[in-house]
Ligand binder design. Structure first.
Ligand SMILES: Cc1ncc(COP(=O)(O)O)c(C=O)c1O
Length: 473
């Protein structure tokens, strides 16, 4: 056995030590950044020196330079946007993924990666209760999962109208209608932009008080052009409320008009693993495609998203490509037939390890735990003087806002107060929350997706919010 070069080993040892130290200190350190852009730039943004330095020194310098500029996303007090942590097995497998340096493009470039990915896809279809014949892709995130699914949708809808989209492009093609709930995520917009479908063509349909697309509005809109190809976007867990569209009611309407139904399940598809909450997803298996994330609720490292398509042939036709230097497998699945990348990270290893660590039961428990913590945080904050609960979590998403105590305070004052309290919480470094505008009012979003969030964290962040309210008043 040839020993690793001492500097190579020293760089890895140092990375290991710093990683452990970062994880062990998450409880004591600020969850928000403690240095500003100017400080970071002064340390980092220097001209690239002509001469290099040993690997271990490069690593030490990097660690020193980013100090204070890292957010505590890996820890249990982070509730901003929708950002997961990292499960131990997933993190460890991710380190190995880099050490192994496998190219997950083809079975030939890494047989292990291809077979592990096949398995992850099957396991996930089972968890999400998706049709057995559905094809899948492991992509960089839900954004690219949308692109992948909608490319398949575009292929299928246009092929039915004798239009070969892959060969001819969109020049002269029948135009595809895009109908969605107004609660949709902006990544849908970007996906349709990238696919040449044009985001100005998206028709936003009204939602009810619970954020659910009104089926009748969809039926009326589809009836306006009954023969036109149409994609309907549904939400499984929207960004503010975690709202679910009524799949059972909507699917027959969409099918009557031959529309393709795509589901944004970035957050909420995982709720299929929860015995007590899976009823929100009734009818989900009847849709045409689904996009979700690994790096949110599965708690695997970035970058990891999942796309699933019922019409596997449309999926493959829209993605596969051939070149004479490639070696294609006949008895295994070549990953690049299903995703928009060529060379790519073997992200299946971390997903596989996460799922093996948790097992089916563990996935369900993690989902339920996050939902319970979200409920405790939102209702706990809602009871504080000066706070108001706007949305009580049904899954892991909730909304609160903060009230300006002056008797003459207007909605605009409450909006300002809300943003000021959020900023104050970040200043303390005790917790990280983000803001949003919901039904015209500023609100603080609470999103719990980290496997590490504990009951002690819940108490700690409610106490921190209480202090922040006092500090702003
Ligand atoms: C509902 C929803 N859809 C899509 C996305 C985009 O996912 P990603 O950031 O993994 O591309 C997000 C990200 O927060 C989301 O919350």
């Amino acid at each position: 056995m040839k020993k690793l070069d001492p500097v190579f080993r020293s760089a890895l040892d140092s990375a290991y030590t710093h990683a452990i130290s970062h994880l062990e200190n998450l409880d004591q350190t600020s969850v928000a950044a403690t240095v500003d852009a100017e400080t970071l730039r002064a340390r980092v943004a220097k001209p690239l020196p002509f001469e290099g330095i040993p690997a271990d020194q490069a690593l030490e310098e990097l660690v020193r330079n980013v100090d204070g500029g890292l957010i505590g996303t890996a820890g249990g007090r982070f509730f901003g946007w929708v950002i997961g942590g990292v499960l131990p097995a997933a993190l460890a497998a991710d380190w190995l993924t880099s050490a192994w340096q496998q190219n997950g493009a083809l079975y030939a470039t890494s047989p292990a990666s291809a077979i592990v990915e096949e398995t992850v896809g099957e396991w996930l279809k089972d968890i999400f209760t998706l049709p057995k014949q559905a094809s899948f892709a492991l992509v960089t995130g839900c954004q690219m999962a949308h692109v992948t699914c909608l490319a398949a949708a575009r292929h299928a809808l246009l092929a039915k109208r004798d239009w070969d989209i892959e060969a001819k492009g969109l020049y002269g093609a029948p135009s595809i209608r895009l109908l969605s709930s107004s609660a949709r995520h902006a990544s849908f917009h970007r996906a349709v932009r990238l696919l040449g479908l044009g985001h100005a063509n998206v028709v936003d349909l009204p939602v009810d008080a619970e954020g659910r697309l009104a089926p009748r509005a969809l039926a009326e809109e589809l009836a306006k052009a009954p023969d036109a190809p149409a994609i309907v976007l549904l939400q499984a867990g929207d960004i503010n409320l975690g709202a679910y569209d009524d799949f059972e009611a909507i699917m027959p309407i969409a099918k009557e008009y031959g529309a393709w139904v795509h589901v944004d399940g970035a957050i909420g598809l995982w709720v299929t693993a929860s015995e007590s909450r899976k009823h929100y997803l009734k009818g989900i298996d009847g849709c045409d495609s689904w996009a979700t994330d690994g790096h949110k609720w599965l708690n695997v490292p970035f970058d990891c998203g999942f796309a699933f398509v019922t019409d596997a042939e449309a999926h493959r036709e829209s993605m596969s490509v051939r070149a004479s230097y490639l070696t294609h497998a006949s008895a295994a699945r070549d990953e690049m037939d299903w995703n928009p990348e060529w060379s790519r990270r073997s992200r299946s290893f971390a997903a596989y390890a996460a799922l093996r660590q948790l097992g089916r039961r563990g996935v369900g428990e993690m989902i339920d735990r996050c939902c319970d913590h979200a409920h405790a945080i939102v209702t706990g904050i809602g009871k504080l003087p000066g706070a108001e609960m706007l949305w009580e979590p049904t899954i892991n998403q909730g909304l609160v806002r903060f009230l300006d105590p002056r008797p003459s305070a207007t909605d605009a004052d409450h909006d300002r107060q809300t943003d000021a309290v959020i900023a104050e919480i970040l200043k303390t470094g005790e917790a990280f929350f983000g803001g949003t505008t919901w039904q015209g009012r500023r609100a603080m979003r609470v999103s719990v997706v980290n496997w590490q969030t504990s009951e002690a964290d819940v108490e700690r962040v409610i106490a921190a919010v209480k202090q922040a309210i006092k500090a702003v008043v």
